[in-house]
Design a protein around this ligand. Structure first.
Ligand SMILES: Cc1ncc(COP(=O)(O)O)c(C=O)c1O
Length: 393
């Protein structure tokens, strides 16, 4: 066989369906409600800080594990919000987005054959993350409509080989916010099986209807066995900047930093300076952000329900998972392609969030990190969509 092929690892997963939908949408001039990036401006103070950093010639490599002002801001804010001491020098590593933070963490702590527990539906990167790091994923289902897990099923997924569990709260794609009770159940299993919790908290500030974010690192005894992952992308509407970080127990920080260093050397230096400014924004910024997204959630919920989608109301993050059974398609990917090509609205097929794609066949995810005009244009276009058994208007 020719050697001019991808590696066994690289051929085990496909191209990102989410990013494919974005490309397809661009090609046909679609309203892109697939990939989760805002189409509105980032905060002026944060942009100005980046410009000032570039003008001030902060243009060379930063310290590989992150510029001190950003690492200190990350530690300070986590301690201020959640009352848990974080030492920047020993625990914070700045990466190229939380995507790299997750990958560096997995590469740093996983040996081939180690098992990693993953809730399903899951953010699609976790699949390739597991393959590239050599982990064997064990999936535990979050059941709609409220996306709760069965504690017995979770307990059955842990064993001696379990090295870690990946948690994402607030959750993409479901909008679930894990409760303290649920996190305590997870924490008890991490203690029992000596496992690490890797907690992706990128939607930390995007919460609705009074829901509160609980970092699993703050559950008793978990600080020593949790890697918290976060970044600038969603909180400050700068998904293209590629700045994220880990907060890890000192015992794991060295391994994460080594992997990060040899993978990327470091995150963009001027944008790290701007990140330190961003983390210093007043609390009102975060309240306004959540209020804005709650309003957009309600706008899109109204639109989708009017167009016959069954919606699972989200309480955090900025996605709505829907059921598309009303439209008579048997395949979610086919429906998503129809929606973008013939209706002009891009969304993400549900199967891309499941290991067994059959489980996502009647689902579709929309995002609402968009201007009102964008959502209203989607509303107008969706008029074309006719469910089975309904006469076209
Ligand atoms: C759960 C989750 N984690 C991570 C990311 C990527 O974040 P970053 O831009 O920091 O790499 C996303 C983006 O959609 C996400 O939904």
């Amino acid at each position: 066989m020719s050697k001019l092929t991808g590696s066994r690892k690289a051929t085990q997963f496909t191209e990102s369906v989410i990013r494919e939908m974005t490309r397809l949408s661009d090609l046909v001039g679609g309203v892109n409600l697939s990939q989760g990036f805002p189409d509105f401006a980032a905060p002026a103070a944060v942009k100005e800080a980046a410009i000032a950093a570039i003008r001030g010639d902060i243009n060379q490599y930063a310290v590989t594990w992150g510029a001190a002002p950003l690492r200190e801001a990350v530690a300070r804010e986590f301690t201020r919000r959640y009352g848990l001491d974080v030492v920047a020098d020993e625990q914070v590593t700045v990466c190229c987005g939380s995507t790299e933070a997750m990958m560096s963490t997995m590469m740093a702590i996983i040996d081939p054959g180690d098992e990693v527990v993953v809730f399903e539906p899951f953010y699609e990167n976790y699949g390739p993350d597991a393959i590239l790091s050599g982990a064997t994923p064990r999936y535990v289902t979050l059941h709609e409509p409220d996306w709760r897990f069965d504690p017995d099923q979770l307990a059955a997924a842990f064993n001696n080989r379990t090295k870690a569990i990946i948690i994402n709260t607030p959750n993409n794609p479901t909008g679930k916010v894990f409760t303290r009770d649920e996190l305590e159940t997870i924490a008890a299993l991490c203690h029992k099986w000596d496992a690490v919790a890797i907690s992706d908290e990128i939607y930390e500030h995007i919460l609705y209807d009074g829901h509160r974010h609980v970092p699993i690192a703050t559950i008793a005894g978990m600080a020593d066995r949790t890697v918290t992952i976060n970044g600038l992308s969603k909180t400050y509407s700068v998904t293209g900047w590629r700045v994220g970080w880990t907060i890890s127990p000192p015992t794991l920080t060295g391994a994460i930093r080594k992997v990060h260093d040899f993978m990327t050397v470091g995150a963009p230096a001027p944008l790290q300076e701007a990140g330190a400014v961003a983390l210093g924004l007043p609390d009102q910024y975060y309240l306004d952000l959540a209020a804005r997204y709650q309003r957009l959630r309600d706008v899109l919920l109204g639109i989708l329900e009017r167009h016959h989608f069954t919606c699972y109301k989200p309480y955090g993050a900025y996605y709505i998972m829907t059921d598309i059974s009303a439209f008579g398609f048997t395949d979610d990917v086919e429906f998503a392609r129809h929606l973008v090509r013939n209706v002009g609205v891009a969304a993400v097929p549900g199967s891309s969030f499941y290991k067994n794609s059959a489980n996502g066949k009647t689902k579709l995810r929309f995002c609402y990190c968009k201007r009102d005009e964008t959502l209203l244009e989607a509303d107008r276009r969706l008029e074309k969509l006719v469910p089975v058994g309904v006469n076209p208007r």
